[in-house]
Design a protein around this ligand. Structure first.
Ligand code: IMP
Length: 433
Protein backbone atom coordinates (compact mmCIF):
# COMPACT_ATOMS: atom_id res chain seq x y z
CA UNK A 1 0.00 0.00 0.00
CA UNK A 2 1.40 3.40 -0.95
CA UNK A 3 0.53 6.16 1.44
CA UNK A 4 0.02 9.84 1.16
CA UNK A 5 1.50 11.52 4.16
CA UNK A 6 -1.58 12.94 5.85
CA UNK A 7 -4.88 11.03 6.00
CA UNK A 8 -8.00 11.99 7.96
CA UNK A 9 -10.39 9.19 8.83
CA UNK A 10 -13.91 10.19 9.91
CA UNK A 11 -17.21 8.52 10.69
CA UNK A 12 -19.66 9.03 7.81
CA UNK A 13 -22.80 8.18 9.82
CA UNK A 14 -23.90 8.58 13.47
CA UNK A 15 -20.74 7.18 15.02
CA UNK A 16 -19.91 3.57 15.92
CA UNK A 17 -19.04 2.87 12.29
CA UNK A 18 -16.07 0.71 13.22
CA UNK A 19 -13.48 3.45 12.82
CA UNK A 20 -11.25 1.80 15.43
CA UNK A 21 -10.74 -1.23 13.23
CA UNK A 22 -9.98 0.84 10.11
CA UNK A 23 -7.70 3.17 12.08
CA UNK A 24 -5.90 0.19 13.48
CA UNK A 25 -5.42 -1.17 9.94
CA UNK A 26 -4.15 2.15 8.55
CA UNK A 27 -2.13 2.98 11.66
CA UNK A 28 0.38 0.32 10.72
CA UNK A 29 1.63 2.67 7.97
CA UNK A 30 1.53 5.84 10.07
CA UNK A 31 4.28 7.21 12.29
CA UNK A 32 1.83 9.45 14.16
CA UNK A 33 -1.84 8.84 15.02
CA UNK A 34 -3.88 11.79 16.28
CA UNK A 35 -7.23 12.11 18.05
CA UNK A 36 -8.66 15.56 17.47
CA UNK A 37 -12.12 15.79 19.10
CA UNK A 38 -14.57 14.14 21.46
CA UNK A 39 -13.66 12.43 24.68
CA UNK A 40 -14.48 9.22 26.47
CA UNK A 41 -17.96 9.28 24.94
CA UNK A 42 -16.18 7.40 22.14
CA UNK A 43 -15.40 3.73 22.28
CA UNK A 44 -13.20 1.83 19.87
CA UNK A 45 -12.95 -1.93 19.97
CA UNK A 46 -9.83 -3.30 18.31
CA UNK A 47 -8.98 -6.98 18.08
CA UNK A 48 -5.26 -7.81 18.01
CA UNK A 49 -4.65 -11.55 17.68
CA UNK A 50 -6.92 -13.12 20.28
CA UNK A 51 -6.96 -10.00 22.49
CA UNK A 52 -9.74 -7.44 22.43
CA UNK A 53 -8.93 -3.84 23.41
CA UNK A 54 -11.60 -1.28 24.23
CA UNK A 55 -10.22 2.25 23.95
CA UNK A 56 -12.09 5.42 24.87
CA UNK A 57 -9.50 8.18 24.90
CA UNK A 58 -6.28 6.67 23.66
CA UNK A 59 -5.78 6.78 19.89
CA UNK A 60 -6.05 3.29 18.35
CA UNK A 61 -2.46 3.58 17.09
CA UNK A 62 -1.30 3.07 20.69
CA UNK A 63 -1.60 -0.68 20.09
CA UNK A 64 1.45 -0.60 17.80
CA UNK A 65 4.93 -0.39 19.29
CA UNK A 66 6.87 2.68 18.21
CA UNK A 67 3.95 4.88 17.14
CA UNK A 68 3.55 8.40 18.38
CA UNK A 69 -0.04 8.86 19.52
CA UNK A 70 -1.41 12.31 20.09
CA UNK A 71 -4.41 13.62 22.00
CA UNK A 72 -5.02 17.00 20.39
CA UNK A 73 -6.34 20.25 21.85
CA UNK A 74 -9.82 19.51 20.43
CA UNK A 75 -10.29 16.51 22.73
CA UNK A 76 -11.83 16.80 26.20
CA UNK A 77 -9.94 14.64 28.68
CA UNK A 78 -11.29 12.98 31.80
CA UNK A 79 -7.96 12.43 33.59
CA UNK A 80 -8.85 9.38 35.73
CA UNK A 81 -10.26 7.65 32.64
CA UNK A 82 -7.13 8.36 30.61
CA UNK A 83 -4.80 7.29 33.42
CA UNK A 84 -6.72 4.06 33.95
CA UNK A 85 -6.58 3.30 30.22
CA UNK A 86 -2.81 3.85 30.29
CA UNK A 87 -2.35 1.61 33.33
CA UNK A 88 -4.52 -1.16 31.90
CA UNK A 89 -2.67 -1.02 28.60
CA UNK A 90 0.76 -1.11 30.27
CA UNK A 91 -0.33 -4.32 32.05
CA UNK A 92 -1.38 -6.04 28.82
CA UNK A 93 0.87 -4.51 26.14
CA UNK A 94 4.25 -3.51 27.57
CA UNK A 95 5.59 -2.12 24.27
CA UNK A 96 2.65 0.11 23.31
CA UNK A 97 3.12 3.39 21.39
CA UNK A 98 4.18 6.69 22.97
CA UNK A 99 1.51 9.15 24.09
CA UNK A 100 1.59 12.95 23.73
CA UNK A 101 -1.13 15.19 25.14
CA UNK A 102 -1.84 18.77 24.13
CA UNK A 103 -1.48 21.30 26.95
CA UNK A 104 -4.47 23.07 25.37
CA UNK A 105 -6.86 20.12 25.65
CA UNK A 106 -9.75 20.88 28.02
CA UNK A 107 -10.50 18.73 31.04
CA UNK A 108 -13.66 17.10 32.27
CA UNK A 109 -14.19 17.97 35.93
CA UNK A 110 -16.56 16.32 38.42
CA UNK A 111 -19.17 19.07 37.93
CA UNK A 112 -19.25 18.36 34.19
CA UNK A 113 -20.18 14.74 34.76
CA UNK A 114 -22.77 15.76 37.36
CA UNK A 115 -24.29 18.46 35.16
CA UNK A 116 -24.46 16.16 32.13
CA UNK A 117 -26.69 13.83 34.15
CA UNK A 118 -28.74 16.60 35.81
CA UNK A 119 -29.32 18.49 32.55
CA UNK A 120 -30.39 15.29 30.82
CA UNK A 121 -32.79 14.43 33.68
CA UNK A 122 -34.27 17.91 33.40
CA UNK A 123 -34.99 17.53 29.68
CA UNK A 124 -38.50 16.22 29.18
CA UNK A 125 -39.34 13.07 27.18
CA UNK A 126 -38.45 13.45 23.51
CA UNK A 127 -36.15 16.39 24.31
CA UNK A 128 -33.68 14.01 25.98
CA UNK A 129 -30.52 13.76 23.89
CA UNK A 130 -29.48 10.40 25.27
CA UNK A 131 -25.95 11.60 26.06
CA UNK A 132 -23.29 9.19 27.24
CA UNK A 133 -23.34 11.02 30.63
CA UNK A 134 -19.57 11.42 30.53
CA UNK A 135 -19.63 15.22 30.96
CA UNK A 136 -18.74 15.90 27.33
CA UNK A 137 -21.35 18.59 26.55
CA UNK A 138 -20.79 20.59 29.77
CA UNK A 139 -16.99 20.47 29.28
CA UNK A 140 -17.26 21.84 25.72
CA UNK A 141 -19.81 24.40 26.94
CA UNK A 142 -17.23 25.70 29.42
CA UNK A 143 -14.56 25.76 26.70
CA UNK A 144 -16.75 27.98 24.52
CA UNK A 145 -17.85 30.09 27.52
CA UNK A 146 -14.15 30.63 28.31
CA UNK A 147 -14.58 29.01 31.72
CA UNK A 148 -12.86 25.74 30.93
CA UNK A 149 -9.79 24.23 32.59
CA UNK A 150 -7.05 22.92 30.33
CA UNK A 151 -4.26 20.39 30.84
CA UNK A 152 -1.75 23.22 31.19
CA UNK A 153 -3.81 24.78 34.00
CA UNK A 154 -3.45 21.82 36.35
CA UNK A 155 0.34 21.89 36.02
CA UNK A 156 0.55 25.06 38.13
CA UNK A 157 -0.88 25.08 41.69
CA UNK A 158 -1.41 28.87 42.03
CA UNK A 159 -2.98 29.33 38.60
CA UNK A 160 -5.23 26.35 39.07
CA UNK A 161 -6.34 27.41 42.56
CA UNK A 162 -7.36 30.86 41.34
CA UNK A 163 -9.21 29.62 38.25
CA UNK A 164 -10.96 26.75 40.02
CA UNK A 165 -12.10 29.01 42.90
CA UNK A 166 -14.00 31.29 40.51
CA UNK A 167 -15.48 28.54 38.39
CA UNK A 168 -16.46 26.27 41.25
CA UNK A 169 -18.23 29.12 43.09
CA UNK A 170 -20.44 29.58 40.03
CA UNK A 171 -20.97 25.85 39.48
CA UNK A 172 -21.91 25.28 43.12
CA UNK A 173 -24.47 28.05 42.93
CA UNK A 174 -25.94 26.41 39.85
CA UNK A 175 -25.92 22.97 41.47
CA UNK A 176 -27.59 24.23 44.63
CA UNK A 177 -30.07 26.78 43.27
CA UNK A 178 -31.17 25.19 40.01
CA UNK A 179 -30.70 21.51 40.68
CA UNK A 180 -30.94 21.40 44.50
CA UNK A 181 -27.89 19.18 44.96
CA UNK A 182 -24.95 19.36 47.37
CA UNK A 183 -22.08 21.69 46.40
CA UNK A 184 -18.71 20.16 45.47
CA UNK A 185 -15.65 20.53 47.67
CA UNK A 186 -12.95 22.90 46.39
CA UNK A 187 -9.99 21.28 48.19
CA UNK A 188 -10.93 17.77 47.14
CA UNK A 189 -11.10 18.71 43.44
CA UNK A 190 -7.99 20.84 43.70
CA UNK A 191 -5.80 18.09 45.20
CA UNK A 192 -7.27 15.39 42.98
CA UNK A 193 -6.61 17.33 39.77
CA UNK A 194 -3.14 18.53 40.79
CA UNK A 195 -2.23 14.89 41.35
CA UNK A 196 -3.54 14.05 37.86
CA UNK A 197 -1.49 16.95 36.53
CA UNK A 198 1.69 15.40 37.92
CA UNK A 199 0.86 12.05 36.35
CA UNK A 200 0.05 13.63 32.97
CA UNK A 201 3.00 16.07 32.95
CA UNK A 202 5.46 13.68 31.25
CA UNK A 203 3.10 13.28 28.29
CA UNK A 204 2.43 16.98 27.65
CA UNK A 205 3.67 18.25 24.26
CA UNK A 206 2.40 20.55 21.51
CA UNK A 207 0.68 18.30 18.93
CA UNK A 208 0.73 20.96 16.20
CA UNK A 209 4.53 21.06 16.38
CA UNK A 210 4.84 17.31 16.55
CA UNK A 211 2.53 16.66 13.59
CA UNK A 212 4.07 19.40 11.47
CA UNK A 213 7.58 18.09 12.14
CA UNK A 214 6.50 14.56 11.20
CA UNK A 215 4.93 15.76 7.95
CA UNK A 216 7.98 17.89 7.13
CA UNK A 217 10.11 14.78 7.51
CA UNK A 218 7.85 12.90 5.08
CA UNK A 219 6.31 10.67 7.73
CA UNK A 220 2.72 9.45 7.53
CA UNK A 221 0.18 10.96 9.89
CA UNK A 222 -3.27 9.53 10.51
CA UNK A 223 -6.07 11.57 12.08
CA UNK A 224 -8.56 9.37 13.84
CA UNK A 225 -12.08 10.83 14.16
CA UNK A 226 -14.46 9.87 16.93
CA UNK A 227 -18.28 9.86 16.66
CA UNK A 228 -19.53 10.68 13.14
CA UNK A 229 -20.62 13.30 10.62
CA UNK A 230 -24.29 13.28 11.64
CA UNK A 231 -23.33 13.88 15.29
CA UNK A 232 -21.28 16.97 14.37
CA UNK A 233 -22.30 20.06 16.36
CA UNK A 234 -22.48 22.12 13.12
CA UNK A 235 -23.48 19.59 10.48
CA UNK A 236 -25.33 16.89 12.41
CA UNK A 237 -28.95 16.40 13.46
CA UNK A 238 -28.81 19.27 15.97
CA UNK A 239 -29.55 19.26 18.90
CA UNK A 240 -29.27 15.44 18.87
CA UNK A 241 -25.53 15.67 18.34
CA UNK A 242 -22.33 15.62 20.31
CA UNK A 243 -20.61 18.89 21.26
CA UNK A 244 -17.56 18.70 18.98
CA UNK A 245 -16.71 18.59 15.26
CA UNK A 246 -16.16 14.99 14.17
CA UNK A 247 -16.08 16.13 10.51
CA UNK A 248 -12.77 16.38 8.63
CA UNK A 249 -12.26 20.09 9.23
CA UNK A 250 -12.20 19.32 12.96
CA UNK A 251 -8.85 17.59 12.44
CA UNK A 252 -7.16 20.92 11.69
CA UNK A 253 -8.73 22.80 14.58
CA UNK A 254 -8.37 19.96 17.01
CA UNK A 255 -4.70 19.30 16.37
CA UNK A 256 -3.31 22.68 15.39
CA UNK A 257 -2.40 22.14 11.73
CA UNK A 258 -3.58 23.95 8.60
CA UNK A 259 -5.97 22.47 6.00
CA UNK A 260 -3.24 22.59 3.34
CA UNK A 261 -1.45 19.74 5.15
CA UNK A 262 -4.23 17.21 4.58
CA UNK A 263 -3.89 14.93 1.58
CA UNK A 264 -6.77 12.50 1.82
CA UNK A 265 -10.05 12.12 3.71
CA UNK A 266 -11.69 8.73 4.15
CA UNK A 267 -15.18 8.20 5.58
CA UNK A 268 -16.08 5.01 7.40
CA UNK A 269 -19.58 3.63 6.94
CA UNK A 270 -21.19 0.40 7.97
CA UNK A 271 -22.87 -1.54 5.16
CA UNK A 272 -26.09 -0.56 6.94
CA UNK A 273 -26.81 2.24 9.48
CA UNK A 274 -26.93 2.50 13.27
CA UNK A 275 -27.50 5.23 15.80
CA UNK A 276 -27.47 5.43 19.62
CA UNK A 277 -29.28 8.08 21.60
CA UNK A 278 -32.24 10.10 20.40
CA UNK A 279 -32.92 11.98 17.19
CA UNK A 280 -34.23 11.32 13.69
CA UNK A 281 -33.08 8.28 11.74
CA UNK A 282 -34.92 8.03 8.40
CA UNK A 283 -33.97 4.43 7.45
CA UNK A 284 -34.48 3.00 10.96
CA UNK A 285 -36.03 -0.47 11.10
CA UNK A 286 -38.31 -1.10 14.07
CA UNK A 287 -39.15 -4.63 12.91
CA UNK A 288 -37.55 -8.08 12.89
CA UNK A 289 -34.96 -6.96 10.32
CA UNK A 290 -33.77 -4.22 12.72
CA UNK A 291 -33.51 -6.84 15.46
CA UNK A 292 -31.64 -9.17 13.11
CA UNK A 293 -29.06 -6.47 12.24
CA UNK A 294 -28.60 -5.64 15.94
CA UNK A 295 -27.81 -9.23 16.84
CA UNK A 296 -25.87 -10.18 13.70
CA UNK A 297 -23.81 -6.99 13.99
CA UNK A 298 -23.40 -7.07 17.81
CA UNK A 299 -24.85 -3.57 17.89
CA UNK A 300 -24.48 -2.69 21.55
CA UNK A 301 -22.52 0.41 22.61
CA UNK A 302 -18.83 0.04 23.55
CA UNK A 303 -19.11 2.92 26.01
CA UNK A 304 -22.60 2.60 27.48
CA UNK A 305 -23.68 -0.92 26.44
CA UNK A 306 -26.91 0.56 25.06
CA UNK A 307 -28.57 -1.36 22.18
CA UNK A 308 -28.05 0.58 18.95
CA UNK A 309 -30.93 1.51 16.68
CA UNK A 310 -30.43 -0.23 13.31
CA UNK A 311 -31.58 0.43 9.74
CA UNK A 312 -30.75 0.13 6.05
CA UNK A 313 -27.91 2.02 4.42
CA UNK A 314 -28.92 5.62 3.72
CA UNK A 315 -27.14 7.08 0.70
CA UNK A 316 -28.85 10.48 1.07
CA UNK A 317 -27.02 10.81 4.39
CA UNK A 318 -23.83 9.32 2.94
CA UNK A 319 -23.79 11.78 0.03
CA UNK A 320 -24.08 14.56 2.61
CA UNK A 321 -21.13 13.07 4.49
CA UNK A 322 -19.14 12.97 1.24
CA UNK A 323 -19.83 16.67 0.74
CA UNK A 324 -19.26 18.10 4.23
CA UNK A 325 -16.08 16.10 4.76
CA UNK A 326 -14.80 16.32 1.19
CA UNK A 327 -14.43 12.54 1.24
CA UNK A 328 -12.11 10.97 -1.29
CA UNK A 329 -13.40 7.49 -0.59
CA UNK A 330 -15.45 5.32 1.72
CA UNK A 331 -14.41 2.40 3.90
CA UNK A 332 -17.46 0.12 4.06
CA UNK A 333 -17.28 -2.17 7.07
CA UNK A 334 -19.37 -4.99 8.52
CA UNK A 335 -20.36 -6.15 5.04
CA UNK A 336 -20.50 -9.69 6.49
CA UNK A 337 -23.44 -8.68 8.71
CA UNK A 338 -25.63 -8.49 5.59
CA UNK A 339 -24.84 -12.10 4.60
CA UNK A 340 -27.95 -14.27 4.41
CA UNK A 341 -30.46 -11.44 3.98
CA UNK A 342 -32.26 -12.37 0.74
CA UNK A 343 -33.27 -8.85 -0.30
CA UNK A 344 -31.21 -5.82 0.72
CA UNK A 345 -32.49 -2.27 0.62
CA UNK A 346 -30.61 1.00 0.12
CA UNK A 347 -32.22 4.38 0.86
CA UNK A 348 -31.81 6.61 -2.21
CA UNK A 349 -34.15 9.59 -1.64
CA UNK A 350 -36.58 11.05 0.89
CA UNK A 351 -40.19 11.95 0.11
CA UNK A 352 -41.64 14.75 2.19
CA UNK A 353 -45.12 16.08 1.43
CA UNK A 354 -45.04 16.41 -2.39
CA UNK A 355 -41.31 16.79 -2.71
CA UNK A 356 -38.55 14.33 -3.50
CA UNK A 357 -35.45 15.22 -1.49
CA UNK A 358 -32.03 14.03 -2.53
CA UNK A 359 -30.20 16.25 -0.03
CA UNK A 360 -30.03 15.64 3.74
CA UNK A 361 -32.28 18.20 5.43
CA UNK A 362 -31.42 20.57 8.28
CA UNK A 363 -34.99 20.20 9.55
CA UNK A 364 -35.51 17.49 12.14
CA UNK A 365 -39.20 17.49 11.25
CA UNK A 366 -38.45 16.59 7.64
CA UNK A 367 -35.97 13.89 8.70
CA UNK A 368 -38.43 12.44 11.21
CA UNK A 369 -41.50 12.48 8.96
CA UNK A 370 -40.10 11.75 5.50
CA UNK A 371 -40.75 8.50 3.69
CA UNK A 372 -37.58 6.89 2.38
CA UNK A 373 -37.43 5.65 -1.20
CA UNK A 374 -35.49 2.38 -1.37
CA UNK A 375 -33.82 0.39 -4.07
CA UNK A 376 -33.89 -3.34 -3.60
CA UNK A 377 -30.89 -5.51 -4.35
CA UNK A 378 -30.41 -9.27 -4.18
CA UNK A 379 -28.31 -10.41 -1.22
CA UNK A 380 -25.77 -13.25 -0.95
CA UNK A 381 -25.64 -16.29 1.32
CA UNK A 382 -21.97 -17.29 1.07
CA UNK A 383 -19.85 -16.76 4.22
CA UNK A 384 -17.54 -13.85 3.34
CA UNK A 385 -15.61 -13.64 6.61
CA UNK A 386 -12.74 -15.69 5.11
CA UNK A 387 -12.47 -13.59 1.94
CA UNK A 388 -9.12 -11.80 1.74
CA UNK A 389 -9.37 -10.26 -1.71
CA UNK A 390 -12.16 -8.01 -2.85
CA UNK A 391 -12.34 -9.89 -6.17
CA UNK A 392 -13.38 -13.04 -4.32
CA UNK A 393 -16.54 -11.53 -2.85
CA UNK A 394 -19.80 -13.01 -4.17
CA UNK A 395 -21.11 -11.17 -7.25
CA UNK A 396 -24.05 -9.67 -5.33
CA UNK A 397 -21.77 -8.32 -2.60
CA UNK A 398 -19.57 -6.67 -5.25
CA UNK A 399 -22.69 -5.28 -6.92
CA UNK A 400 -23.84 -3.84 -3.56
CA UNK A 401 -20.52 -2.01 -3.15
CA UNK A 402 -20.59 -0.78 -6.75
CA UNK A 403 -24.07 0.61 -6.16
CA UNK A 404 -22.80 2.46 -3.07
CA UNK A 405 -20.14 4.07 -5.24
CA UNK A 406 -22.67 4.98 -7.95
CA UNK A 407 -25.02 6.55 -5.41
CA UNK A 408 -22.41 8.45 -3.39
CA UNK A 409 -20.00 9.41 -6.15
CA UNK A 410 -16.91 8.13 -4.32
CA UNK A 411 -14.96 4.89 -4.53
CA UNK A 412 -15.06 2.23 -1.84
CA UNK A 413 -11.41 1.99 -0.85
CA UNK A 414 -11.63 -0.50 2.03
CA UNK A 415 -14.07 -3.26 2.91
CA UNK A 416 -14.48 -4.89 6.31
CA UNK A 417 -15.71 -8.50 6.52
CA UNK A 418 -15.04 -9.19 10.21
CA UNK A 419 -13.47 -7.74 13.33
CA UNK A 420 -9.84 -8.85 12.99
CA UNK A 421 -7.01 -6.97 11.24
CA UNK A 422 -6.86 -9.64 8.51
CA UNK A 423 -10.53 -9.14 7.67
CA UNK A 424 -9.93 -5.69 6.18
CA UNK A 425 -9.73 -5.79 2.39
CA UNK A 426 -8.13 -3.09 0.34
CA UNK A 427 -10.45 -2.51 -2.59
CA UNK A 428 -8.10 -0.43 -4.65
CA UNK A 429 -4.47 0.07 -3.64
CA UNK A 430 -4.30 2.95 -6.11
CA UNK A 431 -6.60 4.91 -3.82
CA UNK A 432 -3.55 5.56 -1.64
CA UNK A 433 -1.19 6.27 -4.51
P1 IMP B 1 -22.51 13.12 24.28
O1 IMP B 1 -21.42 13.11 23.27
O2 IMP B 1 -22.25 12.18 25.44
O3 IMP B 1 -22.89 14.49 24.72
O4 IMP B 1 -23.83 12.52 23.58
C1 IMP B 1 -24.52 13.21 22.56
C2 IMP B 1 -25.05 12.26 21.50
O5 IMP B 1 -23.96 11.70 20.79
C3 IMP B 1 -25.85 11.07 22.06
O6 IMP B 1 -26.86 10.73 21.13
C4 IMP B 1 -24.81 9.96 22.10
O7 IMP B 1 -25.40 8.69 22.05
C5 IMP B 1 -24.01 10.27 20.86
N1 IMP B 1 -22.63 9.78 20.92
C6 IMP B 1 -21.60 10.31 21.60
N2 IMP B 1 -20.48 9.60 21.41
C7 IMP B 1 -20.80 8.63 20.56
C8 IMP B 1 -20.04 7.58 19.95
O8 IMP B 1 -18.83 7.41 20.14
N3 IMP B 1 -20.74 6.77 19.12
C9 IMP B 1 -22.05 6.93 18.86
N4 IMP B 1 -22.79 7.89 19.40
C10 IMP B 1 -22.17 8.72 20.25
Amino acid sequence: MIWLSCVVLVGAQWGDEGKGKVTDFLAEKAAVVVRFQGGNNAGHTVVVGSEEFKLHLLPSGILYPGKSCVIGNGVVIDPPVLLKELTDLAGRLPNAGTLYISPRAHLILPYHRLLDRLEEERRAGAKKIGTTARGIGPAYTDKIRRTGIRVVDILDREEFAATLADILAEKNELLAKVYGVEPLDFNAIMEEYLAYGEKLRPYVADPGQLVTAALDQGQNVLFEGAQGTLLDIDHGTYPYVTSSNPTAAGACLGAGIGPTRIDRVIGVSKAYTTRVGSGPFPTELSDDMGEHLRHAGGEFGTTTGRPRRCGWLDTVALRYAVRVNGLHSLAVVKLDVLTGIPKLRIGVAYHYRNEVLTEFSASLKVLADCRVEYEEMPGWHEDITGVRDIGQLPANAKRYLERVTELTGVAVSLVGVGSSRAQTLLADPAIFA
